[in-house]
Ligand binder design. Structure first.
Ligand SMILES: *[C@@H]1O[C@H](CO)[C@@H](O)[C@H](O)[C@H]1NC(C)=O
Ligand SMILES: [Cu+2]
Length: 247
């Protein structure tokens, strides 16, 4: 009975221990809260791969800022438990609950105007993957590295990406409950970039929704070893979606 009470008391905390993408930095230079990124009002995940809002999240804010970057720059997106980061001092669930193991992923879609482009399914944006970080051989996940970095995930924008305006889709997939269909939690936010450089590539593309299936090997998966530790199930973890653009 005592155990049951304790378990029930824990449930709301677990249920809300989610995350929001909210800041962008370029070569370490922070653009500030909500500038050049569409920020979701809620930290709730999307759990249906066919959700119409799986490209850039539901009800996201707008920003008039389009961030200038050069192909080859290091671009980072910061995640936080709630808007602004921690919910209260010493929030153990900032930037995300430690249970929420999984990959961190970035996609780009070229658009005429990154400040106004709609990511709705009918806009038919074509996304290509530019970075991904899954499970390493020590049993640590992209999410573990994001937590160690205080919520930031940085990647190098491939030097061959063609100049133009893009939406950058930053994504985390939390897999702690992914052994049943519909259990994976998808978190995402879209930044607004103006890429300069002499590149020519825009990658091979997918749609959101469409890129993921509910039973993909990296979405319907147990991440626990025989001891119950979330360090992978003994086979390499396969990050969902297409291959990362290679230059
Ligand atoms: C994008 O960057 C190019 C090159 O720096 C610049 O000429 C152009 O004005 C920028 N466009 C926007 C919308 O910021
Ligand atoms: Cu969560």
């Amino acid at each position: 009975m005592k155990f049951l009470t304790t378990a029930l008391a824990l449930l709301p905390a677990l249920g809300s221990a989610h995350t929001i993408a909210q800041r962008v930095r370029v070569n370490g230079q922070d653009n500030g809260q909500g500038n050049g990124i569409r920020v979701a009002p809620s930290n709730n995940p999307i759990t249906n791969v066919n959700d119409a809002n799986i490209a850039c999240n539901a009800g996201a804010s707008s920003s008039s800022k389009v961030i200038d970057v050069k192909a080859g720059d290091k671009i980072g997106v910061m995640w936080g438990h709630v808007l602004g980061g921690p919910q209260f001092a010493n929030d153990a669930d900032n930037p995300i609950a430690k249970s929420h193991k999984g990959p961190t992923i970035f996609y780009l879609a070229q658009v005429p105007n990154a400040a106004s482009a709609s990511p709705s399914p009918s806009s038919s944006l074509k996304w290509f993957k530019v970075s991904e970080d899954g499970l390493d051989s020590s049993g640590n996940w992209g999410v573990d590295r994001m937590i160690s970095a205080g919520g930031w995930v940085d990647f190098s924008l491939p030097a061959c990406v063609a100049p133009g305006q893009y939406l950058l889709r930053a994504e985390i997939i939390a897999l702690h409950s992914a052994s049943k269909q519909g259990g994976a939690q998808f978190y995402m936010g879209c930044a607004q970039l103006n890429v300069s450089g002499s590149g020519t590539k825009t990658g091979s593309t997918v749609s959101f929704p469409g890129a993921y299936q509910a039973n993909d090997a990296g979405i319907l998966v147990s991440i626990y070893d025989q001891q119950g530790n979330p360090k992978g199930n003994g086979t390499p973890y396969k990050i969902p979606g297409p291959a990362v653009l290679t230059c």
